[in-house]
Design a protein around this ligand. Structure first.
Ligand code: TPP
Ligand code: MG
Length: 358
């Protein structure tokens, strides 16, 4: 734990005037607890830096932030984080109920990206649920389209369509097919499911927005198994050279693909180092840490002159008792009772985490 004096900075999400000073402590590689003088301490939970602090800052130096050459670019409020936490919980719960209603589906890969979806639709993305084709919106290319169920849950909770519709998942005449389809579902920008293509689509979109001098940001979500596709690496080469500041790519590095563990089939190794080698601004992040994801997106958007990738270290099947930690959890069959029990367990564990009675 490290304390120091925080010099005045540009704050994005907090109103303050005069010479702002505060105390900070380093508790995590990416997330920093701060007490801002004059602001209720429980309101500020994190500061967002342009670059991360050194892994082991010297506590003997009573150092100000500037000693690390870091620039604070934003403040994460407790209320924002609480909202994101509630949103992530709701997305996970609705995804499980949605799949439980159907009795089978891509549960593993849907649940590993829940926190990412919560940050994207809860704070990062500019979208208008009442006008899905709003011209100024940010675009999401959900390249691992088989994880559609959690994206549908996020879109429904955000208000793009009624929650009731989730019960029609993958059934005849539905607007919510197994894989994402832009012609059917409000809020889906690009049809996906044929793995390997989404990064190329995202690069094309980002290039077009840049040429048109538009402010839209393009987000792309790739699977780790998907990164074994040849087309991905052709696109990584182009993306490194194209230096698209309006593009943020995520890799859901859940270490599992369709039929087993990545390391047993075709290891990907250090993805951050590989993309960096191709010229990208790259970050490794805990993909279930909401504050870390939010901070990483902020840092990515501030990375000048480079396209950005965020490698999310995640757990396939996260939060579902019969799927998490299971080798073959890519596509599973389950009974409604099994899923109801798993949802009940999820609710109990959340209660325990929050110090509530179950
Ligand atoms: C081009 C192509 N080949 C094969 C498939 C079948 N397929 C669907 S999901 C999947 C595994 C994807 O693994 P990963 O990218 O790690 O996604 P996760 O399920 O872990 O999210 C495969 C091979 C496909 N959809 N597209
Ligand atoms: Mg995977």
């Amino acid at each position: 734990m490290l304390f120091g004096v925080l010099p005045p900075r540009q704050w994005k999400n907090i109103v303050c005037s005069g010479n702002l000073q505060g105390l900070f402590m380093v508790t995590h590689k990416y997330t920093y607890i701060a007490v801002i003088m004059g602001a209720p301490p429980d309101k500020v939970v994190g500061l967002i830096f342009r670059e991360q602090l050194p892994a082991t800052p010297n506590p003997k130096e009573n150092c100000a932030m500037k000693n690390f050459g870091n620039e604070v670019t934003g403040v994460l409020l407790a209320s924002t984080l609480r909202e994101l936490d509630d949103f992530a919980f709701a997305i996970r719960r609705e995804t499980m109920l949605e799949l439980g209603h159907l009795g089978f589906g891509h549960i593993g890969g849907a649940l590993s990206v829940v926190e990412l979806l919560a940050v994207l639709y809860g704070s990062a993305m500019q979208v208008d649920p009442s006008n899905p084709h709003w011209e100024e919106r940010d675009w999401l290319v959900f390249s691992k389209g088989h994880a559609g169920p959690s994206l549908y849950a996020a879109l429904a909770l955000k208000g793009f369509f009624p929650l009731e519709m989730l019960k029609t998942l993958n059934q005849g005449g539905t607007k919510l097919p197994s894989h994402a389809d832009r012609n059917l579902t409000p809020g889906i920008d690009v049809s996906t499911g044929s793995l390997g293509q989404g990064l190329s689509v995202g690069l094309g979109l980002a290039t077009a927005f840049a040429l048109d001098q538009k402010d839209n940001t393009v987000y792309v979500v790739l699977g780790d198994g998907e990164c074994q596709e040849g087309q991905i690496w052709e696109a990584v080469l182009y993306g490194g050279n194209a230096k698209l500041e309006n593009l943020v790519v995520f890799i859901d590095y859940n270490k599992q693909q369709l039929d087993g563990y990545i390391d047993d089939i075709n290891p990907l190794g250090d993805l951050k180092a590989k993309w960096e080698e191709f010229g990208w601004h790259a970050q490794d992040v805990d993909g279930h840490d909401l504050a870390a994801i939010a901070a990483a997106i902020d840092t990515a958007k501030d990375a000048k002159g480079r396209s950005s990738v965020i490698v999310l270290h995640t757990i396939k099947g996260k939060g579902c008792s019969f799927a998490e930690g299971v080798a073959l959890n890519h596509h599973m069959r389950f009974t409604k009772e099994q899923m109801d029990e798993a949802v009940a367990q999820l609710v109990r564990e959340r209660g325990a985490d929050h110090g509530l009675e179950s």
